[in-house]
Design a protein. Structure first.
Length: 81
């Protein structure tokens, strides 16, 4: 690891992968959401650290999240967005 930024990004990548695994397990094994909640908490922590350190802006994330919600309303079958 070269620096703090690289360590934060590496951990973010690991947490993202673990979140993916837990979502897959819910589908494959009809599991509960507890482990997914834990992994999402870890992922959220890393996002908060990126914001705290000034690498990303919370406002930008909110804007991108809203844009994604609009796309989902148009292109997905998810109800009540």
């Amino acid at each position: 690891m070269n620096n703090e930024r690289d360590e934060i990004l590496t951990i973010l990548m690991e947490e993202s992968a673990e979140t993916t695994v837990e979502a897959s397990k819910i589908i494959r094994f009809n599991g509960g959401f507890e482990r997914l909640e834990a992994e999402l908490g870890d992922l959220m922590c890393m996002m908060e650290i990126l914001i705290q350190k000034g690498f990303i802006k919370k406002e930008n994330i909110g804007q991108y999240a809203q844009a994604k919600r609009l796309k989902l309303k148009q292109w997905s079958d998810i109800k009540n967005l």
